[in-house]
Each structure stands twice: as C-alpha cells, then as structure tokens.
Design a protein around this ligand. Structure first.
Ligand code: NAD
Length: 307
C-alpha cells in the first residue's frame, strides 16, 4: 500500500507543453536556414471525431510555427484520387510531413495508402519501412503515441534499462511500437493481449505497465505490483451518474493505492500524441536534409545499439 501523497500524477499537458516549446525552438532554427517545416493533413469524409483531431493538429502546428496544409476530401473520394494526392505531396518540397487521418472510408485500402507515403515524410511512423526500422532499433520516424509515452516514462522514471515493462495490447499503432521502443531502451518486455492467459499475474510483474486496450477501467489495483509506474493510453467514453466522461483502461482511483506514478485520463498520454506529431514533422524536415541532422533529432530513447 502506498501513501497516496507520494504518488506522482504524471502531467501530460505540462510535458506536452515542454515538447511543443522544444519544437518551436527547432522550427526557429530551421527558419534561420530558410526552411519552414510543412505538415499536410489529409482527411477523407466528415467523421466528427476525425474532424476534431484534425482541427487540433492544425492548431498545434500553427502554435509551433509549422505550416499546415489541410486537404479535406469528400467521403466518396476514390482510392486512386487519394493515391494521386499523396504522390503530389511526396513530390512537394514544401511538405515535410504527410498525415492521413484514420480511419479511412471502407472502400479505400488503408495499407496501400499508408505504403504510398514517402517514408521520410511518414510522420505517423506507420510505413512498413519505418516499422521495420524501429524493430531493428534504427532511428526512424516513430508512431507519435508510443513516442509520447516514452518521453513521459523517461521524465518520470529516469533510467529504464533492466526494468520489466508489460504492454497490454498489440495494435500496430500503439502496442507493438511501444514494445519496440521499450526494448530499444533496454527494458525486459512482455506483450499481453486479448488471447493471453494469466493476464493479471503477468501484469503484476510489471515495474512499468502500459495499457493500450480500449476497455474502460480494465486494470485495477489487484493487477499492479507495488511501486509500479502506469501509463494509461486508453481513451474510453462512458456514461456514469448521468454524465458522459472519458476514462482510461486503468481504474485510476483503485490504482493509486499501488503505483508510484500514473498518467491520468484525460490529461496524460493524449496531449503528448499531438506534441510528438509536431516533433516528428521537424524531425522529418531534418531527415530530408541530412546536413541538418543532429544526434538529438530523434524523439525516442537514444540507445547506441541493441544486442
Ligand atoms: P486496438 O483495438 O487496435 O487494440 C487493442 C488491443 O487490446 C488489441 O491488441 C487486443 O488484443 C487487446 N485487448 C483487447 N481486449 C483485451 C483484454 N480484455 N485483455 C487484454 N488485451 C485486450 O486499439 P488501439 O488503437 O491500440 O488503442 C487502444 C486504446 O488506446 C483505445 O482506447 C484508444 O482510444 C486509445 N488510444 C489513445 C491514444 C492517445 O493519444 N491517448 C492514441 C491511440 C489510441
């Protein structure tokens, strides 16, 4: 049992504000050599949640001095037309990052579209070349949510090497890249998922627990090792006491009795995702001009090699 006053609530809003300040400084440096990083955001259709995400991305870009270019296409846009737009954005030197807002309408092959993006402009880090590079431990554009989680972990735990990290969830967007980044930071990594047995027992071994499931309050105190650090990626909307509210995959109030540090929902991982999209846009601008690369360009834990 913890003394609740000793639990660190990891403030993702403050951490994201720090990342965005760093990005702004990098943008100013690039502008001194005549480069204003540009981010193209492509939205197909009018899904309300996607529209909100796109609006927030464009706002954050403007705040950091990144030029944002919005492409809003009707829901019945064909795959060929979308691929043609991506080809044009790939060839446009003013565009350093390309983000295609997911999900795409069902008639469009998401994989084909993501593969069409130039890997050097793939600020979501979803292209197979970047996915493969990450699993090889190379410095590549990394998915924004896991990159943001790593920054929160580094800020709150310091040295990660040797810690046992358990990731719940194996999606391409969060779980798998999260596991690869933790491995790159020399953690011992266990990935558990919907078909895992002994889920709770495995989670109880975690020094670091990352929950990316999409099940409201799945994880409570009985899943946690005393002193664990918990990163809650889940965003679940529930109705409670007649109100609609957002909760994570972790039962926050219950977890407080066990953890040493935990991210809240909202206000934890969420703000970091957009901040790292901006960081990736600046990194992409540098990658496209290798002379501008420095050893501190990459967002994730800097580790010399994996052995
Ligand atoms: P997903 O549905 O693609 O993957 C969920 C994973 O959880 C799967 O791998 C599945 O095997 C596993 N799973 C499902 N039920 C389980 C169970 N009962 N026990 C153990 N594992 C189980 O989801 P995703 O895209 O990885 O997103 C996960 C959550 O994170 C969602 O709530 C999503 O909204 C949220 N999310 C948040 C951010 C952010 O910026 N904070 C970004 C991306 C996703």
């Amino acid at each position: 049992m913890n003394s609740l006053s000793s639990v660190k609530i990891i403030d993702g809003k403050a951490a994201a504000a720090r990342v965005l300040r760093e990005v702004r400084i990098e943008v100013e440096q690039l502008m001194r050599v005549g480069i204003q990083p540009g981010l193209a955001v492509v939205l197909v259709g009018c899904d309300p949640a996607s529209q909100v995400y796109v609006r927030n991305k464009v706002l954050r870009a403007e705040e950091t001095g990144i030029r944002s270019i919005e492409h809003k296409l009707p829901a019945d846009t064909g795959e060929a037309a979308l691929l043609e737009l991506i080809e044009r954005l790939n060839a446009d030197p003013a565009v350093n990052g390309i983000l295609v807002q997911l999900p795409l309408p069902r008639h469009i092959d998401e994989h084909r579209v993501l593969q069409a993006i130039d890997p050097l402009k793939d600020v979501d880090g979803f292209h197979a070349e970047n996915v493969g590079g990450l699993s090889q431990g190379r410095e590549v554009l990394t998915p924004c949510t896991p990159a943001g989680c790593m920054r929160l972990l580094q800020d709150s735990c310091g040295e990660l090497a040797g810690k046992h990290a358990v990731v719940i969830g194996r999606s391409n967007i969060v779980g798998k890249p999260m596991a690869a980044l933790l491995l790159k930071a020399h953690c011992t990594v266990t990935v558990v998922h919907s078909r895992s047995s002994n889920l709770r027992e495995l989670c109880r071994q975690a020094d670091i627990l990352v929950a990316a499931v999409g099940k409201p309050r799945l994880v409570d105190a009985s899943w946690l090792k005393p002193g664990a650090v918990v990163i809650d990626v889940g965003i679940n909307r529930i109705e409670e006491d007649g109100k609609s509210r957002l909760v994570g995959d972790v039962d926050f109030d219950s977890a407080l009795s066990q953890v040493s540090a935990i991210t809240p929902v909202p206000g934890g991982v969420g703000p970091m995702t957009i901040a790292y999209l901006m960081q990736n846009t600046v990194t992409a601008a540098r990658l496209q001009r290798p002379a501008l690369l420095s050893h501190s360009t990459f967002a994730e834990a800097s580790c010399p090699s994996i052995s």
